[in-house]
Design a protein around this ligand. Structure first.
Ligand SMILES: Cc1cc2nc3c(=O)[nH]c(=O)nc-3n(C[C@H](O)[C@H](O)[C@H](O)COP(=O)(O)OP(=O)(O)OC[C@H]3O[C@@H](n4cnc5c(N)ncnc54)[C@H](O)[C@@H]3O)c2cc1C
Length: 497
């Protein structure tokens, strides 16, 4: 065994990415590493990023977090999926839930049974066979004592960073407040030796994790990794975010509502609502966006709307030399499916699994970069799907419908359109049920399907489907409302209805 050459880890940046990396590394590898985080309160964080996906629960298990403690500290609510409104057409609504659809078999997924029944005149919807979707629709939630419900959270990003910071510091992590002014690199290897702060202080390390946000202070300004631009597929480049007072019970889902030049989000927390308008500046001015955002929020605004510019794409390499970039520093795909925090978690997990104790090995770096690229490209395709399959009349949407899309997505859409085939590939985050819910929700009705449903025979199939629907509605009917459950779960006095 070679000596441990990488011992000092320096995390640059203390947004959600920096503190998640800090919390995970300090808990899992804190005994072997000496970890420091540098952040600048003066620069601040992006302050958005409040909707998540269920993988957060497994990551929290790695961090050893107690759910109630986490939810209380971050004003979190439960999330069962995303309600997509006005996407394929104005007036449409579908929920992309985190649940499975019906019961699948080795030969084919459940939706083939549903399509067979539909062809024979059944009027049920695919969502009738999904517990999470039905619970979301009914504004209900519970953690069943038997069986499972797949869920995520909405959380306050600022409080979450604070919560993770306390954990990391308790695990022995050292935090330094200060602005990174320059980066000192080894003339021979190009490796980073130290971050030099405004104060002149040098923060030396063996491995540096770039969590400095869009600016990518280490990976781009220092290593010039390069950026692959995806804005020809995803041309939204601006977001205005504002927090508003809660006006009623919290929904157990995020809302994503399309408008003529993008979409807007609504994320319900316990103490407030997060709102944002995402748009393509070529199709909507900042002033119009500002007026539109404020015109569509329900409660009184609690903050001034904040403008965030972004460019969709990926850093060509996320690990270069002794620098690994995470989150916004590594690339960005708009938050339509709440994937960014998840990608921080998978990046940190991969880093912990392949941690270069004996020194940075080129093969490990190549693999890390390939995995990060494949993962982000699959997420990108899923997001493009929502935009591409639309029947809206506005120029922004017509252009999305007519644009050439990545070959990988062309194949997916063709498979589903021709024979209702959907799949989850190796690097895919999204499961078959996700692809099916969104493709159907965006009005892509397959021309054909597998005949396994037909083998069963019409009356038997109808009976099985009716039983599934009945079982799900019975479970949902027995659930409390999301707000009631939340209040009880967090042991707070119930809110007035
Ligand atoms: C509009 C929008 C909506 C989003 N919504 C979601 C969502 O719903 N769900 C989701 O999962 N993700 C979402 N994201 C992504 C999410 O916000 C980010 O993944 C997450 O906040 C992590 O950001 P970060 O830590 O990489 O960067 P930041 O929050 O920008 O943090 C950067 C850190 O680096 C520090 N820093 C920078 N330069 C220096 C310097 N010179 N010296 C010292 N420190 C420095 C800053 O002080 C800060 O601490 C959204 C993103 C955008 C743009």
């Amino acid at each position: 065994m070679t000596e441990q050459r990488v011992k000092k880890v320096v995390i640059a940046g203390g947004g959600t990415a920096g503190w998640l990396a800090a919390a995970a590394l300090s808990r899992q590898l804190g005994q072997l590493l000496d970890i420091t985080l540098v952040e600048s309160e003066e620069i601040g964080t992006i302050g958005v990023g409040e909707a998540t996906i269920p993988t957060m629960r497994s990551f929290h298990a790695i961090l050893g977090l107690d759910e109630r403690e986490f939810m209380r500290a971050t004003q979190a609510t439960f999330k069962l999926g995303i309600s997509f409104e006005n996407w394929a057409r104005d007036g449409d609504r579908y929920i992309h839930s985190f649940g499975d659809l019906g019961k699948s078999t080795w030969m084919g997924d459940f939706h083939h049974f549903w399509l067979a029944a539909k062809a024979a005149g059944d009027a049920s919807e695919i969502g009738d066979y999904c517990l999470e979707l039905q619970a979301a629709k009914a504004e209900r939630f519970a953690l069943p004592s038997e069986g499972e419900i797949n869920y995520a959270y909405h959380l306050d990003a600022g409080l979450y960073a604070r919560f993770l910071r306390a954990r990391s510091e308790a695990n022995g992590l050292k935090r330094i407040e200060g602005r990174i002014a320059s980066v000192d690199r080894d003339g021979e290897t190009g490796f980073i030796r130290a971050l030099v702060l405004d104060s002149g202080e040098r923060v030396e390390g063996d491995l540096f994790i770039d969590c400095t946000g869009f600016r990518g202070l280490l990976i781009e300004s220092t290593y010039a990794a390069g950026y692959e631009d995806w804005s020809h597929w995803l041309p939204t480049n601006s977001a205005l975010a504002v927090q508003s007072a809660a006006t009623g019970p919290a929904h157990p889902y995020t809302r994503a509502i399309a408008h003529d030049a993008g979409w807007r989000w609504r994320i319900p927390l316990q103490h407030r609502v997060g709102n944002g308008l995402v748009y393509a500046s070529e199709h909507l001015s900042d002033d119009e966006a500002h007026a539109r955002l404020l015109g569509t929020i329900d409660g009184a605004p609690l903050t001034e709307p904040r403008l965030i510019r972004f460019r969709t794409g990926r850093r060509r390499q996320v690990w270069m030399g002794n620098c690994v970039a995470l989150s916004l520093a590594s690339g960005f795909v708009e938050p339509l499916e709440s994937t960014s925090i998840h990608l921080v978690m998978t990046g940190v997990t991969r880093l912990m699994q392949a941690f270069p104790f004996g020194g940075v090995a080129p093969a490990a770096v190549t693999r890390f970069n390939e995995q990060a690229q494949a993962e982000l490209e699959r997420v990108r395709d899923f997001i493009i799907l929502h935009y591409h399959l639309n029947e809206r009349p506005e120029p922004f949407w017509a252009a999305r419908r007519d644009m050439p899309i990545p070959d990988t997505l062309v194949e997916r859409i063709a498979l589903f359109a021709e024979a209702a085939q959907a799949y989850q590939g190796g690097e895919d985050l999204f499961r078959v049920a996700s692809w099916v819910q969104v493709m159907l929700g965006q009005r892509l009705m397959p021309r054909d399907h597998h005949r396994l449903g037909t083998i069963m025979g019409g009356p038997q199939l109808a009976g099985v489907l009716a039983k599934m629907r009945g079982d799900i509605s019975d479970v949902v009917a027995a659930m409390p409302t999301h707000q009631k459950f939340l209040d009880r779960h967090l042991l707070r006095p119930p809110r007035a209805a």
